[in-house]
Each structure stands twice: as C-alpha cells, then as structure tokens.
Write a protein that binds this ligand. Structure first.
Ligand SMILES: *[C@@H]1O[C@H](CO)[C@@H](O)[C@H](O)[C@H]1NC(C)=O
Length: 335
C-alpha cells in the first residue's frame, strides 16, 4: 500500500506548491498591473506607506471587478478605471455633491409643458443632433451640479439657436455662491436660477474650468448664452421624464454610491443603487437595447469612465422613482 500512497502524496504536495507559487505570481502580477496603472493615470504616492495602502485598495478593487465580470449575471461590465485605487467611500465623498436632496422642501409652480405629450419617439440621442458637447471632467471637485446644469443649457441653446457652445462651469463655481457651494456641492435648479438673474453665462473658452473654488471674475459682456426659466419634471414618473427628454436634454439627480457605479464600464446599468440622490448628471437620450430600455446619461468623470464618459441606466423599472432615483428630481432650462 505504501508505494501507492507515496505518489499520491507527491502529487498533493506538488499541487500545494503550485498553488502557493501561483498565488505569489498573482500577487506579483497585480503589483505590476498597479505600477502600469499608476503610469497610465500619472499617479504618484507621497511615501511607501501610502503606496502600500493604495496597492491594497487597488488589489481589492481589481479582485472585485474581475469576479463581478466573471460571474457575468448582469447586463453590464465593470472596468479598472482611474478610480481603482480609491475606496468607495473616498470616491463618493470627493465627487458626488448634489445638494438638492437636502433642500428639497421648496415647491415650485407645477408647470410642465410636456404633460400632454403623447407621441414620443421610441429612441432619442441628442448627440446625433449635435446638441451635446464632448464629455468633461470635474476632477476632484464636487461640482457635478454645475456640469449637469451646464450640459442641459448647452442642449437647449443649441436646439433654440442652432449653435452648440461649450459653457462655463467655473463661472458657476466662482460666482453662484449665495446658495450653491462650488466644489462642496449645489443644485441644478439653483444654477438655473443664478444664470437667469445673472442674465447669462460665459463660454468655457472665456472662463475655463479649474476644478477649484475661485473668485468671481465674470464680465457680463462675455455672456454667450442665457435662459429665461426652468421647469421641474413631475417627480417619480419615467413617462414624464421621457416626454421631456424627447424634446431636449434634462438635468437629473441620481444615487451613485456603490462600487458598481464607481467601476461601471459598459452595458445597461441595472443597479444596485438606492435613491439617496447624491450626483447631478444629464439625460441626453433614451432607447432600447436587447429588450432592455435605458436612459442615455452624460456624466462628468472624463471619457475613461463608462462608455466613453456615458452610462446607460435601465429605464421603466418597477419603482416609480426610477433606477437610482433618476425620475425623482429632474428639471430643465427653457430658452
Ligand atoms: C393638458 O391638458 C389639460 C386638459 O385638457 C389642460 O387643462 C392643460 O392645460 C394641458 N397642459 C398643457 C401644458 O398644455
């Protein structure tokens, strides 16, 4: 018997040795990938301690992303993007500063000009009509609200004047400071209100984005666009939201906490996410793909996140708030 057990023991030993060496190899390859990733995103850590901490977060994130993609039971994929060395908490606290949720008690005149619209197209993509500027990047400044409002204004200006002009988020950060708080957060409706009172807004070219709060340096002579009002889409109706988006881009607030949102790469996002609205984005279309209806959403995290900076979020879900609360606080400027 002994000579039969021996080969078996050898095989087992070899398997064990192989397993641990492959684990070491795996570790080394993640280290290599982290280094390549650092080069790709120009990341430098202040000391080896920080490097070690970031490597461990990176490793955890990579493992999560890869197991998510291998399990493959969701219609979307995750990717190792520029946020791969941040914990989910770090990620959400630095960027997502939609404040409307907290100050949402003011009720506004319930005028919704698309309430009786019945015949809307089955799909819309405002990029195809040239009503959407290229994806921007807010960086580590929680001014999603400014990017969301500006993208909606860029759309309505293009559709009413025929001209697509990239407009200034920085002017909102620096000058719209009574209610909104620059990188510390704000709301799209307050941005619309400010631009109406301000008699317009500068272009991105005139007043470029810096990603930090600064001193107001706006000159009314440089205003290139203005709006004359804004309206809320009736809350908790994806149908009402569709009626509005069929006419122009619409600012919405969503909840983006959770690693799946942080690392979203492609496909139709089906959650998980809740309805604690923390991020302002702009719906620039909608459609259907593989029998799943979606909202086409322009984000402001650069082109390396999501589908070249966009996300498709599942549309017409059971919850009246919409997925990630997309139908809860939608509004648009009028021109
Ligand atoms: C929608 O239809 C109702 C009923 O006919 C009407 O009272 C309301 O003014 C219409 N709304 C708009 C925005 O046209």
């Amino acid at each position: 018997m002994a000579f039969k057990i021996l080969p078996l023991a050898l095989v087992l030993l070899r398997m064990l040795a192989f397993q641990s060496s492959s684990r070491i190899l795996q570790e080394a390859s993640i280290q290599e990938r982290h280094e390549q990733w650092m080069i790709q995103y120009g990341r430098v850590y202040k000391d080896p301690q920080e490097g070690e901490k970031r490597f461990n977060i990176f490793k955890q994130n990579v493992e999560y992303i890869e197991s998510f993609n291998t399990d493959g039971n969701k219609p979307y994929k995750l990717g190792i993007n520029q946020f791969a060395d941040l914990t989910n908490e770090e990620f959400t606290t630095s960027r997502n500063r939609f404040k409307g949720y907290m100050f949402s008690s003011i009720t506004r005149t319930p005028s919704f000009k698309y309430e009786n619209v019945t015949d809307v197209p089955s799909s819309v993509d405002w990029r195809e009509q040239g009503a959407v500027t290229p994806i921007k990047n807010q960086g580590e400044c929680g001014c999603c609200w400014a990017f969301s409002a500006v993208a909606a204004i860029e759309g309505i200006i293009k559709l009413s004047t025929g001209e697509l002009i990239s407009l200034s988020e920085q002017e909102l950060l620096d000058c719209d400071t009574d209610v909104d708080h620059g990188c510390e957060g704000g709301s799209m409706n307050d941005a619309f209100k400010f631009i109406i009172q301000n008699n317009g807004i500068n272009s991105e070219a005139n007043y470029p984005y810096k990603g930090i709060d600064g001193t107001c340096n706006a000159n009314e002579d440089n205003h290139v666009a203005t709006i004359n009002g804004y309206e809320d889409v009736p809350a908790n109706s994806e149908q009402a939201l569709q009626n509005a988006v069929a006419n122009h881009p619409v600012s919405v607030a969503i909840e983006t906490s959770g690693s799946d949102f942080q690392f979203y790469q492609s496909g139709i996002f089906t959650g998980s996410c809740g309805t604690k609205l923390d991020h302002g984005v702009t719906v620039v279309g909608y459609g259907v793909s593989d029998d799943t209806e979606y909202w086409l959403v322009k984000n402001s995290w650069g082109i390396e996140w999501g589908e070249e900076g966009y996300i498709r979020i599942q549309r017409n879900v059971d919850a009246e708030e919409g997925l990630c609360g997309i139908a809860m606080r939608a509004s648009y400027p009028t021109a």
